[in-house]
Every structure is written in C-alpha cells, then in structure tokens.
Design a protein around this ligand. Structure first.
Ligand code: ADP
Ligand code: MG
Length: 488
C-alpha cells in the first residue's frame, strides 16, 4: 500500500489491535484464540495490499483493456459500448422534459424545466422509490407496467392545474443502467442483467419497445427521446454545469463509467460518423478483470456462490450491492475460527444480511456506547484496503485519454512535457455520496496514484445526475430542437 493508504490502514490496525488486546483478551480469556482473529485479519490485509506499484499495474491493465475493447467486438472483458451520444448538453436547451432512471435499488421519475442558459435548471422534481423485490425476477411486462403507472401518476401530479401543450408530445430520457447493445440513440437490446435483476424474457429484447408498449397500455402520451446508461446521464449533467467534464463514474448498487472518446479511436466501428467527431463510450467497467486486482478468498467465494460467476468481477469487489457481504464473510470466518462472538450465529450464514449502508454506519460510528467487540471488528475491517480498488480504473480512463500526465498508453512523452488540461469527472451513486469514509479513501488513493497531476483532476458530485442528465439529453436530442437549440 502506498504512503497515505498505509498510514491510515496501519494506524487503524495498530489502534484496533491494541484495544482488542485488552477487550477481547478479557472476553476470550485465551491469547491463542485472539491470535486466530488477528491472523484472519492479517491475512485479509495482506491479500488486499495495494502498494502504489500494484495500483499502477491495475491502471495500465485498464487502459490496455479499454484499447482492446475499442479495437474489436468481444476483444476485452470491457465491452466499451457505443452510446450514439455524440453531443452533450450545452446549456442552450429549453423546455420541460421527463426522465426515468431504472438501474439498481431505487427507481426514479423526474421532470425538469430548462431555461436556455448553462446551469439554468428552472425546476427539477424527482420522485424515488425502491423497486419492489418481486419485480426483479418477474416478467418484463410486470416491470414495465409498474414503471409506466408510476410515471403516469407522477405526470398527472406534476401537470395538475397546468394546461397540456397542444402541439408537443412529452419527451422522456430513459436511463437504463444495464449493459445494452445500442444500434441507435433510441434502440438497443439488453445484453445481460446485473445487480440482482433476472427477468429472463427480457434478455436480447429491445428495451425502448418494451417501455413504449407499456406507455401505450397505460394511456400516457409520451415519446422516448433516447435510451441512456446512468453513467451517460451523469456525464450529461456534469457537462451541463461544467464544459470541462469528460468522464463520469457511478459507485452505487453497481459500478460503471463512461467517457468521451474520439470517434476515430473506436476502431471496431470504422467510419463511424458523428456530428462532433466524438462519441460517449459506456465502458461497463463492472466487468473489468485483471490479475493485478487484490482479490481475496472472500471475493472468490462471493463470486462463485453468485448467480453469475466469473461475471462483473470488479463490480463484485467494490460496489454497494456486494461490499457488505464481503465483510459478512470475514466476520463469519472469524466467528468460525474463534469464539469471540460466542456460538456462531446462523444469521451470519445468510447471504447479503449485512447491507452496505449498515457497514458504513458501523464504520462511521465513533461513539463510545458501541459494543466494544463490534467496534474493534469494524475498525479492524477498515484496514481491508477495499478503498483503493475504485480509484485505479478511474486513472485508467485518464491514462487512455491522455489526462493522467503520462502521455497516454502509447507513452513517449514524460510527465513534465505534458501541459495538463483541467479534467472534470462527474460522479454519483449512493455508495460514493453517502459513505464518507469510502469517499475519503477513494480520494486518497486517487491522489496517491496521480501525484502532482491530481491538482488538475476534479471529481464533481452530480446528485441524481443519471436521471437529470437523461432528461437533459432528451432536451438535446428533442425532436423539437436542432443541435440542442429548441425550435419552439
Ligand atoms: P442505484 O441507482 O444503483 O440504485 P444509488 O445511487 O441509489 O444506486 O445507491 C444505492 C446504493 O448505494 C445502495 O444499494 C447501497 O449499496 C449504497 N448506499 C446507499 N446509502 C449508503 C450508505 N449510507 N453507506 C454505504 N452505502 C450506501
Ligand atoms: Mg442509479
């Protein structure tokens, strides 16, 4: 682990072990048993170790995989999907637009009113609700009927009292955060489900067609202007506020990123015509894999017991859906190998019983009234180095687009020759925005890997960006506008 991360990790480890020596020693009543606990944790710490050299290897692997994914279809575990988004909001967009954001734990319906100047969102209304569990494994018709009826109620509430526009159909950006192979802005088929969704009849189907059919069934007059990934929505909102935004990262239930790529670098689509010479590429980095990633036995077990083994390897190592369960596995192992928790609780064997927000709450509660053993465990688990994982692929993007100070993956120039441009990365997702320590670890790791270049890179939180950005893109690509300039 590099300097900063080591400082934190070791500091905590030493403090935790010191307290543990007293408290747990008293309860366990045997140094031998406590030694087992320490050794399990030590093993975990070692397996997670991320010296800066190793982080750089991951960065390099990411940049190489990005290149391979752009070179040929199926050339890499990174799908590097085309989004057909070739221009991003400029600020000139005007009018009222809707968005749907479906992609994880929460489902959102949104409405925004745009004033025609950069950052002039006149109003934005967002309604969030959890997706009913049974719909995750139901039929596409059930899922989309639920979405359409939620949207219809939202529209009726939003528009009550105002006259409907006689000339224009409502327009919607559909943010759908699963791997989709798009063939145009408005069409794409679902490649596979991630994040616990498993509606078999939907794989391989046109996503927009399913939504439109449900909108018709519900009697709502609304046109789907485009289909976007949540990362693309986040990039769009980031760009709306700041023209230097070139990439977006999501760290929520799952994890993913997108960035603006030169069209001529997308070799797998020779002759790709775009109006700007650029296209947003959805990396699907949740599926990234490199032998340099610090993968522990807990990661391996979690993966092999999941419904999709060998799939979404990176997502399973860092994202909100899985982080809590990695820690549950560690606690279970400690419990099996020592009796510091008393008899092994059967609840510890229940997958996903420890949800990530709970983990964060334990991690961040420094109050003295916590039960000491639980406190020691959580503080000791903090050592695990999981925090360094999400920073590395982000630097991978910066490297690929020549913004990490190294001159890109072809290299050649040294750091001092490169005049650094300001680079803004839009970021959102509940894990990043709500888990303070996670965020701090990520920043530390980023600073550590980037060194001096870090001062030119800024992470900008774009709350609800995936949905709002979807609505902004609906405005950019509205059938009532030309090049983002609204014609009405
Ligand atoms: P998505 O859109 O993918 O559902 P969100 O951005 O809404 O994701 O984030 C929800 C996820 O973020 C949850 O599944 C959870 O894993 C994580 N999360 C939310 N709140 C917290 C928290 N306080 N601490 C840690 N993780 C959290
Ligand atoms: Mg989301």
């Amino acid at each position: 682990m590099g300097k900063v991360a080591v400082g934190v990790a070791v500091g905590v480890a030493v403090a935790a072990c010191a307290v543990a020596g007293v408290v747990v020693g008293r309860r366990v009543g045997s140094r031998r048993k406590w030694k087992r606990v320490v050794s399990v944790l030590k093993e975990l710490e070692e397996a997670c170790e991320t010296p800066v050299g190793r982080l750089r290897q991951v960065v390099d692997a990411m940049a190489v995989e990005m290149h391979a994914g752009l070179a040929s279809e199926g050339g890499s575990k990174l799908k590097m999907l085309l989004t057909f988004v070739d221009h991003l909001p400029t600020g000139s967009e005007i009018g009222t637009y809707y968005a749907l954001d479906l992609g994880g734990t929460n489902f959102r319906v949104l409405r925004i009113q745009l004033g025609g100047r950069r950052s002039s969102i006149l109003s934005q209304d967002v309604e969030r609700q959890p997706i009913p569990q049974h719909l995750l494994t139901s039929t596409s018709e059930d899922l989309f009927d639920f979405i359409a009826s939620t949207l219809k109620q939202f529209v009726e509430k939003e528009e009550s009292g105002s006259e409907p526009s006689p000339v224009r159909t409502r327009e919607l950006g559909f943010t759908f955060s699963f791997p989709v192979k798009q063939s145009s802005l408005r069409s794409g088929i679902l490649i596979k489900w991630t994040k616990g969704f498993a509606i078999e009849d939907m794989v391989g189907k046109e996503v927009v067609t399913l939504l439109e059919a449900a909108l018709v069934r519900s009697g709502l007059d609304m046109r789907v202007a485009l289909l976007v990934n949540d990362t693309v929505g986040t990039l769009a909102l980031g760009r709306y506020h700041d023209a230097d935004t070139v990439a977006a990262v999501i760290i929520g239930t799952g994890t993913n990123a997108c960035y603006l790529e030169r069209a001529d670098a997308i070799i797998k689509c020779q002759g790709l015509l775009t109006s700007s010479g650029y296209m947003v590429v959805n990396m699907e980095w949740g599926n990234f894999w490199s032998s340099h990633l610090p993968r522990t036995s807990y990661d391996i077990d979690l993966d092999s017991e999941s419904p999709n083994p060998n799939d979404q390897g990176f997502e399973k190592m860092i994202s909100g859906m899985y982080l809590g369960d990695i820690v549950r596995r560690v606690i279970l192992r400690i419990s099996l190998e020592s009796d510091i928790f008393g008899p092994v609780s059967s609840r510890l064997s229940i997958p996903f019983i420890l949800q990530t927000p709970l983990l964060a709450a334990m991690h961040e509660d420094h109050s003295p009234e916590l039960k000491e053993v639980a406190k020691i465990l959580k503080e000791t688990l903090e050592v695990d180095g999981l925090h360094a994982r999400p920073a590395t692929p982000l630097v991978g993007i910066l490297k690929k687009i020549g913004r990490d100070g190294s001159g890109g993956i072809t290299g050649g120039r040294n750091r001092s020759d490169v005049k650094m441009k300001r680079t803004v990365v839009a970021i959102e997702g509940g894990l990043y925005t709500s888990y303070t320590m996670f965020r701090e670890y990520l920043h530390e790791a980023l600073n550590e890997i980037l060194g001096d270049v870090a001062q030119h890179v800024s992470l900008q939180v774009t709350e609800d960006g995936s949905g709002i950005g979807g609505a902004l893109l609906a405005a950019s690509y509205s059938s009532y506008s030309v090049d983002g300039v609204n014609m009405l």
